[in-house]
Design a protein. Structure first.
Length: 544
């Protein structure tokens, strides 16, 4: 519950919704929401990590997020050569704090729970934005280059456009994890409301990003659902990307989206930003010193550029990172993005679960939005926090299901025993346990495939030592299981039960547990259980 509270407050603060509401209705308290609440969240996130994980989370980050660690260290070092060291130091603290919050959420909250809590918070943001634009136009509508557009209860129309696009994808994803028709219908209605808000915000980039991310996620969902095979998926993906590339190269995309050729003046910003990068390609000008100016820091931008107006960011994520901390670290940032994309595709390939495709959709939307907006390595923003937190939660959850390399084997066996116990008089419980046995066997095989078996399987006699007594792979489907399940409550090593093929067929698609950090925190039925791959099992046993 503590982690859930931190997550909900982070969503409201990170989208700027809470700050905008306080600024409008109680402007004297705006300093509290802008500073004290963020500092409180940093402190709570750090304490939560230390009390729950000790220093293990640091070693995990060094091992599996070394590129992020290098990137954050680079921002700290950039203070030394910053054109405004005090500003860089202050904003680096906020960047580190925002990253700590993201890591805490990723470690402590299961992926599906993150999505559900975020959906509740974003539902409030969308409905409040819809209401403010219709009832309180002085709050929910802004004049953008002579045109009245919606900004809702967020800081700008582009922020509203991004989060409304994410909300559409999120509500559709959440609807797939619900069994109640009424709850599904509510999610669809919220998705339609979010789409209406997106259109009224006139955020063309967010609309394009939502279409691309949604199409890619839908393609992968269909491909894995109907088991098209890896080769067919690659061929179709190449054809799809080629078709999109041809369309983009032959169509005036900016005109189609209602924008000028230089994307509403962004061309000039990119040109001047690139000149700044060429002047100091290795170091940049210090993290946070040049962009997001206020009355005290605007002189830096005026001194280094020829902008005729105040430019709050470089309108491109890569250019902004390169101008602040140099080209080498910006390349590290790109490699980090590639790493996370590979992890997402791997997790979806290994075990299709509700939420993984949304993580992909969010990352794709985030990357496309960084083409015209600067949202990478930005502190006190939900963009950056979700970009870090969602893949971390996904990785830890998927790794546990497939054989968690971060958890001691005795804890894994304890989890299996808790899910496997039954009352002899309860036939439903016994059926559930048989399904747990099949899942344990499936997990053993999938774990062995990655070198981290949950429960060691060893034939009683190896073929080359005693061919006459070798274990036939077919025997595993007709006799007893040979896995060592003596440490699991409810299992008898001499017990014979139905062949594994029949047990696997009996596995319900509603049997996945929402898990994190080695504990089953929920047994609420979902629709996303990955059915056991019998062909893979046969191939592995034949190899043995």
């Amino acid at each position: 519950m503590f982690a859930w509270l931190v997550l909900a407050l982070t969503v409201l603060l990170g989208t700027s919704a809470l700050h905008t509401l306080v600024l409008h209705f109680a402007p004297t308290f705006q300093v509290i929401t802008a500073s004290i609440l963020w500092l409180l969240l940093y402190f709570l996130g750090f304490l939560g990590l230390m009390f729950s994980q000790g220093i293990n989370w640091i070693s995990w980050m060094v091992r599996y997020r070394i590129l992020l660690v290098i990137l954050l260290l680079g921002t700290i070092v950039s203070i030394a050569w910053s054109v405004e060291p005090a500003v860089s130091a202050e904003r680096t603290v906020h960047l580190l704090g925002s990253s700590v919050i993201a890591i805490y959420i990723g470690f402590m909250v299961p992926l599906l729970t993150i999505l559900r809590i975020s959906a509740c918070a974003l539902a409030f943001v969308m409905l409040a934005s819809l209401g403010s634009a219709t009832v309180l136009p002085e709050l929910g509508i802004e004049n953008y280059e002579g045109q009245l557009v919606w900004k809702g209860i967020l800081s700008s129309k582009n922020s509203l456009g991004f989060w409304s696009a994410i909300s559409v994808l999120l509500f559709l994803t959440i609807s797939e994890s619900l069994n109640s028709f009424m709850m599904r219908a509510l999610c669809w209605l919220l998705a339609l409301a979010s789409l209406a808000v997106l259109i009224k915000s006139d955020s063309a980039t967010s609309l394009l990003a939502m279409v691309v991310a949604g199409s890619l996620s839908l393609y992968l969902y269909i491909a894995f659902r109907f088991q098209l095979g890896f080769a067919r998926m690659i061929v179709m993906a190449v054809l799809f990307v080629g078709l999109v590339g041809i369309l983009i190269s032959n169509i005036d995309t900016a005109g189609l989206l209602g924008r000028s050729g230089d994307l509403t003046g962004r061309g000039e910003v990119w040109q001047q930003t690139w000149k700044l990068i060429i002047e100091q390609p290795l170091t940049g000008y210090g993290y946070g010193a040049l962009w997001f100016p206020n009355d005290d820091t605007i002189h830096v931008q005026q001194k280094l550029t020829d902008f005729t107006w105040v430019v709050y960011h470089a309108h491109n994520g890569f250019l902004q990172v390169a101008s602040e901390i140099g080209l080498p670290l910006s390349v590290i940032a790109l490699l980090m993005v590639v790493q996370q994309l590979i992890e997402i595709f791997y997790c979806q390939y290994e075990r299709q679960q509700v939420g993984v495709l949304f993580v992909l959709a969010f990352v794709i939307t985030f990357l496309i939005s960084n083409f015209s907006e600067a949202r990478f390595l930005v502190n006190r923003e939900l963009y950056w926090i979700f970009f870090l937190a969602l893949p971390i939660s996904m990785l830890r959850q998927i790794s546990l299901v497939s054989g968690n390399p971060y958890e001691p084997e005795e804890e894994q066996e304890s989890n299996l025993s808790r899910s496997a116990s039954w009352d002899d008089d309860d036939e439903d419980s016994k059926a559930s346990t048989y399904r747990a046995k099949a899942a344990a066997s499936a997990a053993t095989v999938s774990g062995a495939a990655i070198g981290k078996p949950w429960l060691d399987y060893q034939p009683s006699h190896h073929q080359e030592d005693d061919p006459d007594n070798a274990v036939d792979a077919d025997d595993l489907h007709s006799e007893t299981l040979s896995h060592d399940l003596t440490g699991v409550e409810g299992f008898d090593i001499n017990e014979e039960f139905e062949p594994i093929d029949e047990m696997v067929e009996d596995i319900s698609v509603h049997d996945q547990a929402d898990i994190d950090l080695g504990e089953i925190v929920s047994e609420e039925p979902y629709d996303d259980f990955d059915e056991f791959d019998e062909d893979k099992y046969d191939r592995l046993n034949d190899a043995d």
